[in-house]
Design a protein around this ligand. Sequence first.
Ligand code: GMT
Length: 378
Amino acid sequence: MKIGIVCYPTYGGSGVLATELGIGLASHGHQIHFISYRRPARLNSYYKDVYFHEVSSFKYPLFEHAPYDSSLTSKIVDVVQHENLDLLHVHYAIPHAAVAYMAKEILKTKGINLPVVTTLHGTDITLVGQDQSLASVVEFSINKSDAVTSVSDSLRKQTESYFNIEKDLAVIYNFIDLDRFSRKTNWDFRKAFAPNGEKIIVHTSNFRKVKRVEDVVHVFRKLRQQMNLKLLLIGDGPERQTIEELCRKHCVCEDIHFLGKQDAIEEILSLADLFILPSENESFGLSALEAMACQVPVISSNIGGLPEVNIEGETGFLCDVGDVDKMANKALLLLENEELLSTFRKNARTKALEFSKENIIPQYEQIYQSCLITSDVS
Ligand code: GMT
């Protein structure tokens, strides 16, 4: 199949997942065409049968904002026609599902049928999508997609409760490359962060408010009163400055490393004893899965799709949003008991195996096939 993939090119989970899916599909013999305003961050080397088409923004003094949606639509129409795409898969409803609908309608006037698959990732439904300025477009474009998938059952239910959905939403969980994300501890590297054998806690996110990174710092402060440990914060985003100030205020800077955006995230996860994800909203928690695959137990909030990934009392612990006392207590329970920690480590890896790319990618291929069959018949 020749498949177009539209996604955000950033380090965020939806872009990461879309990129890994494209790479995985190409290894199954499909030809993949990414369409976005920048080369996706994870598409950082050459892959056979993977192409990238950049959407350039049109600037004109009259426009306060460049009309990205229109430029993206035109680019999709162009790529579908000239590369003979069979299908378009868009990740994150806003604006991609609406743009896909418009491209589909334009192509119809040229005698081309373009099946569209939309994958809902999270805040496109739970946060941004519910804003009155966007909600009707989100609902309409979900209903107009040929197939819609959701990255967790929790997100499926939320979508159905917030919007008037006329389609079946298929749950296809996020997936991971288990060869890449496996524990390969580099002891010299570990020593660089924890020279005296301290335990290491890791958090990775895009430092948006929804991630509640301040809770990570509060949990860390509580733990640090009981034991020596280090915190590695990976990623960057709007809250980073506030978090740095919080660390300074509480004089914990010497034990916290802000590592910024990282490509070889699995190398850092391989150093960790515990991963903390205290989000206010999390449709799946791909970052938690990446940690678990590297044998790192997870202390997370019990929100959204997190309980479908992080299993209470097996792979980690689930706590109410903002309950930093419980998060610290559960973290201490694990960090002070090597045997328990080691059991949780193994459980985390075992659970992660369920989300292998080998299990999940064929589920997308099945959806594509059914779209093509339906569009042939109609
Ligand atoms: O929804 C977002 O804020 C962004 C999105 C992204 O692009 O990072 O994250 C969502 O999609 C990921 C991949 O499916 C999920 O693992 C994240 O849980 C989800 N984020 C939220 O629900 C906050």
